[in-house]
Write a protein that binds this ligand. Structure first.
Ligand SMILES: O=C(O)C1=C[C@@H](OP(=O)(O)O)[C@@H](O)[C@H](O)C1
Ligand SMILES: C=C(OP(=O)(O)O)C(=O)O
Length: 425
């Protein structure tokens, strides 16, 4: 399917969907607990569905109500195979959890995840004594068995934090204590989110400045009621829409959240946008559109929406952390350059920095490259384009935000969805 976005003014208020990062962690933690946990304000995107399928395979009973999901694991099952959908987090978080069980388990996925590397998972688990097989030779599927045997390991954090999140969730269930030496950790705020959530489930993690993590064994997950926050990553493109084309209020956002992408507020301030909090509602209004400098090394998912903002700013915007983009749902640095190139924006990549020249967007035909954040970024950039921006394969937004285009229309976005190639642009 395709969508056409027209120049439009933005006005209105929206509650962003719940955080898929928190939701997947909550499902895993609830499945590791004894008794019934209730996940309130659950996220119902594709990645959350993938995580739900995995905990069910682990033996958890999952009951979906309208406003909550109840999770209870009365029996431990040894699944022969689990499918992580397209979710990087489900792959990297559940691998160490599934590895607690010595029975062999094969982990596979579909779509974009089949192109994302698995070597850091295998290296880390092998260092902890898990027997790993990789018929996919660097890619999925992987097979794990034998259980944890070693109590110390060096973990490479340079590729991201998700695998460390999985280890921090799994290792408290071992009998022995474990010490991890983590090198060059990236996406650090996501680790703060993990540690905070684990505290709610009764698990304690100690670390020395994100380098040495000491994980006591024999800890018991406690069932709890956990409320998932509204998602700052999904809020980001909507905030950019307001900053570019009028005014938008986002409801139920936590101003003190551990979510990495709350950092969008710094970029919006630098850009000159007017920001106003009223309790948990944030109103963003177009004011300046000044080029800005921003370091996205630890919040890489902000790259696409920030590029959508930057293409309309006065001057060259510089965003640091391009090396963090290579192994996402697409190679996002290259894809942003290619797709915005189709709209006549000559983005440059200089070492680890992306340089985005500001100006007026021309319009044209683009493709999401099956990457939800690219689809959303092209859409909000299109709100301020001279001519329409068409986006192919836009339905990939279901990975994190199934109602994105419906919500964009609600706040005034000119959104037309259709099935065939357009002659409009
Ligand atoms: O832990 C998480 O929920 C996530 C961590 C980040 O990945 P990396 O840690 O691989 O950078 C982020 O890009 C991803 O969308 C979600
Ligand atoms: C990179 C992302 O997710 P994941 O790695 O969990 O697939 C994302 O949501 O932008």
């Amino acid at each position: 399917m395709r969508v056409r976005i027209q120049n439009s003014n933005i006005k209105g208020s929206i509650t962003p969907p719940s955080s898929k990062s928190m939701m997947q962690r909550a499902l895993a933690a609830a499945a590791l607990a004894k008794g019934e946990s209730t996940i309130l304000n659950p996220c119902r995107c594709d990645d959350a569905t993938a995580a739900t399928g995995i905990v069910q395979k682990m033996g958890a009973q999952v009951i979906q109500d309208e406003t909550a999901i109840r999770v209870c694991r009365n029996e431990e099952k040894s699944p022969e195979q689990v499918i992580v959908g397209e979710s990087g987090l489900s792959l990297r978080m559940f691998s160490p959890i599934l590895a607690l069980n010595p029975e062999p388990v094969q982990i596979n996925g579909r779509g974009s995840i089949l192109k994302r590397p698995v070597h850091n998972i295998l290296e880390g688990l092998e260092a902890l004594g898990i027997e790993c097989k990789n018929p996919g030779k660097g890619l999925l599927p992987i097979q794990l068995e034998g259980g944890y045997k070693n109590n110390t390991a060096v973990i490479n954090g340079a590729l991201g934090s998700q695998f460390l999140t999985g280890l921090l969730m799994a290792l408290p269930c071992r009998k022995e204590d474990t010490t991890l030496e983590v090198t060059n950790l990236k996406s650090i705020p996501y680790i703060n989110m993990t540690i905070d959530l684990l505290k709610d489930f009764g698990i304690e993690i100690n670390h020395d400045n994100y380098k040495t993590f000491t994980i006591k064994g024999n800890q018991q997950y406690k069932a709890t009621d956990y409320t998932v926050e509204a998602d700052w990553s999904s809020a980001a493109p909507l905030l950019v829409a307001g900053a570019l084309k009028g005014k938008v209020t986002l409801e139920h956002l936590n101003p003190y959240s551990y979510q990495a992408d709350i950092a969008i507020l710094d970029a919006l301030k630098k850009c000159g946008t007017s920001l106003h909090w009223n309790g948990n509602s944030l109103t963003v209004e177009k004011k300046g559109l000044n080029a800005f400098e921003f370091d996205a090394t630890h919040c890489p998912d902000l790259f696409p929406p920030l590029v959508a903002l930057a293409v309309h700013c006065n001057g060259d915007t510089r965003i640091k952390g391009v090396h963090r983009l290579e192994h996402k749902e697409s190679n996002r640095g290259i894809v942003l350059q290619k797709e915005f190139g189709k709209l006549a924006v000559p983005i440059r990549i200089e070492g680890d920095e992306m340089v985005i020249p500001g100006g007026r967007l021309k319009g044209g035909i683009t493709n999401s490259n099956n990457d939800h954040r690219i689809a959303m970024a092209l859409a909000v950039a299109g709100l301020n384009s001279k001519q329409a921006v068409e986006i192919g394969d836009h339905d990939c937004v279901a990975k994190s935000y199934p109602d994105f285009f419906k919500d964009l229309r609600k706040i005034g976005g000119g959104v037309a969805e259709f099935y065939f190639k357009s002659q409009f642009v």
